[in-house]
Design a protein around this ligand. Structure first.
Ligand code: NDP
Length: 321
């Protein structure tokens, strides 16, 4: 058993920033890295909107900078996945890989969010054989080939632009008649001659012999001009949003209908999952930061800011014990 003051779960901008602040507050934080070192940001190509990097920065460099900064102030990093928690007792119990038990006065949850899939069967059939949710990770395999990106948000536009730099042609499959992405990202997509946006199309199934070779789409389903369309593609990239990684905590803390952790007002303090007398009750010592508690902004800079808040609040809580 390991006894710690402040345990941080997650290694994205929220987790690392919480570690920097907790380290500087002499809490000797322990950070459990989780399945994706550096978090979701490492699946993007370039970060252009994090202050302090006027020329943009490669996300791996940025996350490594944050990690080294956390290390400098005494953070211990544990490579592994949290498999079980017990927040009904104090100190809180957290198990890593089912075997290593950590007891912590305060826990900061910074587990982020994961990519969503459409839920069609052929997506599972071809996973790793043409289906991907990370253009930066897998785009290289599709050099000079034709791919499709599903989604019309900032992520989809970013991925389509990135893939257009490698591939011969990129289709964007967008279910609405417009893109939801920010104006600057829309313009980059619409002005890129390698990208063809298929508005009002949905994917019915992927086809191919052992790997993705095509996709069957439907245009304006249920409308008088409904039509089928087949595209020949080698890769199919999902960019339709994310769901929060909070399932593990559902018995102890309150979450909204989509699974995002609900925090108290402007703080990072979590509520108990069970209401008492129709009232939400604070669960002392548990704080949430970053995308796992943020259905609105989902930005690295916002996640980092909430990580700082969580560590300041955890420090105050620990000192009150
Ligand atoms: P969004 O939720 O913004 O967009 C998801 C897109 O996927 C929408 O176009 C949505 O369509 C579509 N979609 C969702 N479900 C389906 C489905 N089942 N079938 C087909 N299409 C579907 O997610 P993002 O990941 O793009 O962005 C999340 C947040 O992160 C946003 O706030 C964004 O601004 C931010 N972000 C910022 C970046 C930056 O500033 N550099 C980079 C990347 C993300 P519909 O519009 O019809 O709902």
């Amino acid at each position: 058993m390991n006894k710690v003051k402040c345990l941080i779960i997650g290694s994205g901008p929220a987790g690392y920033t919480a570690a920097i602040y907790a380290g500087r507050a002499n809490l000797a934080p322990v950070l459990i890295e989780g399945p994706q070192l550096g978090g979701q940001l490492t699946t993007t190509t370039e970060v252009e909107n994090f202050p302090g990097y006027p020329d943009g920065v490669d996300p791996f460099t940025m996350m490594d900078d944050m990690r080294r900064q956390a290390e400098r102030f005494g953070t211990t990093f544990v490579s592994g996945i949290v498999t079980k928690v017990d927040f009904s007792v104090s100190p809180k119990k957290v198990w890593v890989e089912d075997t290593d038990l950590y007891e912590a006065d305060a826990v900061i949850i910074a587990t982020g969010a994961s990519a969503k899939y459409l839920g069609i069967e052929s997506e599972r059939t071809y996973k790793g054989r043409g289906v991907s949710a990370c253009a930066t990770c897998d785009g290289f395999f599709y050099r000079k080939k034709t791919v499709a990106v599903v989604g019309g948000g900032d992520t989809a536009c970013e991925e389509a632009n990135y893939l257009a730099g490698l591939c011969e042609k990129v289709y964007m499959i967008v279910r609405k008649p417009f893109l939801r992405a920010s104006e600057i990202m829309q313009q980059r997509v619409l002005n890129n001659p390698k990208i063809e946006v298929l508005f009002e199309h949905n994917t019915l199934q992927l086809t191919g012999d052992g790997k993705v070779q095509g996709a069957d789409l439907i245009y304006r389903k249920g409308e008088p001009d409904e039509a089928m369309k087949h595209i020949d593609i080698d890769g199919f990239f999902l960019a339709i949003g994310h769901h929060p990684n909070t399932e593990l905590f559902k018995d102890y803390i309150a979450r909204d209908a989509e699974g995002y952790i609900i925090t108290e007002g402007n703080s990072t303090q979590c509520y108990k999952s069970q209401m008492s007398n129709d009232k939400c009750q604070i669960l002392p010592g548990i704080f949430a930061a970053g995308d796992c508690a943020d259905p609105h902004y989902r930005q690295a800079i916002v996640a980092a800011g909430s990580g700082a808040k969580a560590a300041i609040e955890a420090d105050k809580y620990i000192k009150s014990l």
